[in-house]
Design a protein around this ligand. Structure first.
Ligand SMILES: Cc1cc2nc3c(=O)[nH]c(=O)nc-3n(C[C@H](O)[C@H](O)[C@H](O)COP(=O)(O)OP(=O)(O)OC[C@H]3O[C@@H](n4cnc5c(N)ncnc54)[C@H](O)[C@@H]3O)c2cc1C
Length: 495
């Protein structure tokens, strides 16, 4: 099989690049369905300053840098903010219908760390679903794009230090090779590395692992964002239900198990402090009150507003037996977003020739040490546009080489317990609060699993899922060990 461009990933980061490429043949590989993406789950919205006034743009840049603890790339952040409007217009042209007021103006909401109401949303609190529904229709009309669903990329095909294509396991778990002049990695998040996450459980950091196996560079993997307000009771289901920050943006607040508000003890911005600060404050409050969770209080917002503004959250909580109008909602921080990832420049190019990275798996530098809420969907489109431009304006040379198939047939039935153990130690030792000696313990356990996995290799999706989970987990732990200061989401105590 061959094509000009192969894109690994069918979320916003992958599909947007595919839609923006005009002059090349594109194949999109996606290991799961459209609705099993982080994009589909996005609730709050997409941060975008629609005014071209420099003061407004500067405020969005400043909010992003402050939230990121000034660890951000200033150039990448400026690109993110200044190119927001043109890419939002593209999304609207693709059929994304953002919520509007009665006069037809796009509504904008507030979230933690934002000094202005600049977050566009759709379907109330179903922004990601509305985006994915529109893009999936649009992509089906593009004659130069073929989507191959249920296909999992397993390795980059390397010719020296240049990537010439991708190996993947198809729906029937048959190993295939696709040769391509350009490869775009857009594999999303790493939540499956943790026991509890807001991501779908398949999110095993595959792009990170693909790059590592090809000796590519990844960066800042220790910065894992824990979302402060995941619903507490859903914990037995692994994939935790998220209660968007926009609920706090509209006025809900946090109380401890004694029904007392507590954020004023920790940050002047109260419930709308950036996520790293809110998550760390919640954990401290839980320690101080010996409780397993804190609570979100949205009762004063009233039924009409809660149902019209947050229809998905309201109904999902009702299904779980909670009425937002009368009940305090138990919440806890859980793994949510991978800030680091595959190192890229401003055009999405990586350290490997012919390989680009976009979306959550990339590290463009815009998020610093802590992502500002709703900047990630924006990053997918702004940097996706740059990648498409670069590919469209370059010559793509397809080179087919012999790919020796290794004789991998070792069956190992311990994948499930292995993944479970990694998820548990990541949750316990590499969470919101980290201790150097526990990080070392986590590293040694993960290395033992990786060693075993190298002895029991086989070409199955389960094997690659556990291999990628272990590889990504090790990158996170090693990054955390190397960074000996507390900054952004990386908070260390003790020896
Ligand atoms: C519950 C939730 C709410 C969120 N709310 C917001 C919000 O309001 N605003 C905001 O800006 N951000 C939000 N985020 C973050 C944001 O949704 C994601 O960062 C963004 O959607 C990532 O897009 P992506 O395309 O990079 O990844 P995804 O949308 O996750 O897509 C990844 C794709 O890669 C595919 N894939 C993975 N590995 C392989 C492989 N080996 N082979 C082939 N395909 C592969 C997957 O099948 C999938 O198609 C939220 C995230 C979650 C989980």
């Amino acid at each position: 099989m061959k094509t000009d461009v192969v894109i690994i990933g069918g979320g916003l980061a992958g599909l947007y690049v595919a839609l923006q490429i005009k002059n090349k043949q594109v194949v999109v590989l996606a290991k799961a369905g459209y609705d099993t993406t982080n994009t589909y789950l996005a609730q709050g919205g997409i941060a975008a300053e629609m005014s071209t006034d420099q003061d407004s743009l500067d405020k969005h840049i400043l909010d992003t840098l402050k939230a990121g603890a000034w660890h951000n790339s200033a150039k990448a952040t400026a690109q993110l903010v200044s190119e927001a409007k043109e890419n939002i217009i593209n999304l609207i042209d693709f059929g994304v219908n953002f919520d509007k007021d009665n006069s037809g103006n796009i509504n904008r909401t507030l979230e933690g760390g934002h000094s202005e109401r600049r977050i566009l949303h759709a379907g109330g609190d179903a922004t990601g679903k509305v985006i994915m529904d529109a893009l999936r229709v649009k992509i089906s009309t593009k004659e130069n794009v073929t989507v191959i669903p249920h296909s999992m990329a397993t390795d980059l095909v390397m010719d020296g230090d240049t990537c010439v294509g991708v190996q993947f396991l198809d729906k029937e778990e048959k190993l295939n090779t696709i040769f391509a002049g350009a490869t775009v990695i857009a594999t999303g998040g790493v939540g499956g590395v943790y026991n509890h996450t807001t991501n779908p459980k398949w999110a095993s950091g595959d792009g990170i692992a693909l790059m590592k196996r090809a000796n590519g560079k990844v960066k800042d993997m220790e910065f894992i964002q824990f979302h402060p307000t995941a619903f507490f009771d859903s914990f037995d289901q692994n994939q935790a239900f998220l209660i968007s920050e926009a609920v706090r943006g509209e006025g809900a607040y946090l109380v401890n198990s004694n029904s007392q508000r507590f954020m004023s003890k920790y940050d002047d911005r109260l419930e709308l402090a950036p996520r790293d600060k809110v998550s760390q404050s919640i954990i401290k409050e839980m320690y101080n009150t010996w409780s397993d969770c804190v609570f979100l209080d949205a009762r004063h917002l009233g039924r009409e507003k809660l149902i019209s503004r947050f229809p998905t959250i309201y109904s999902k909580l009702s299904e779980r037996g909670y009425d937002m109008v009368t009940d305090l909602i138990p919440i806890i921080p859980v793994q949510h977003y991978s800030i680091g990832g595959i190192k890229t420049n401003l055009k999405g190019e990586t350290s490997i020739n012919n390989v680009f990275a976009n979306g959550e798996c990339s590290s463009t530098g815009v998020h610093g040490a802590n992502r500002l809420a709703s900047n990630s969907l924006l990053e997918c489109v702004v940097f996706g546009n740059k990648i498409a431009e670069k590919i469209d304006n370059s010559e793509t040379m397809i080179k087919e080489i012999d790919v020796p198939k290794q004789d991998w047939s070792n069956l190992n039935l311990t994948y499930k317990p292995t993944i479970k153990e990694i998820q548990e130690i990541m949750e316990k030792y590499v969470g919101v609060v980290r201790k150097p000696n526990e990080l070392q313990m986590a590293k040694s356990i993960i290395e033992t699993h990786l060693d075993n996995l190298s002895k029991y290799t086989n070409y199955t999706k389960n094997y690659y899922r556990v291999l990628n989970t272990a590889t990504t987990a090790l990158e996170i732990v090693e990054g955390a060990i190397k960074r000996d200061e507390s900054i952004g989401c990386h908070y260390i105590i003790g020896d």
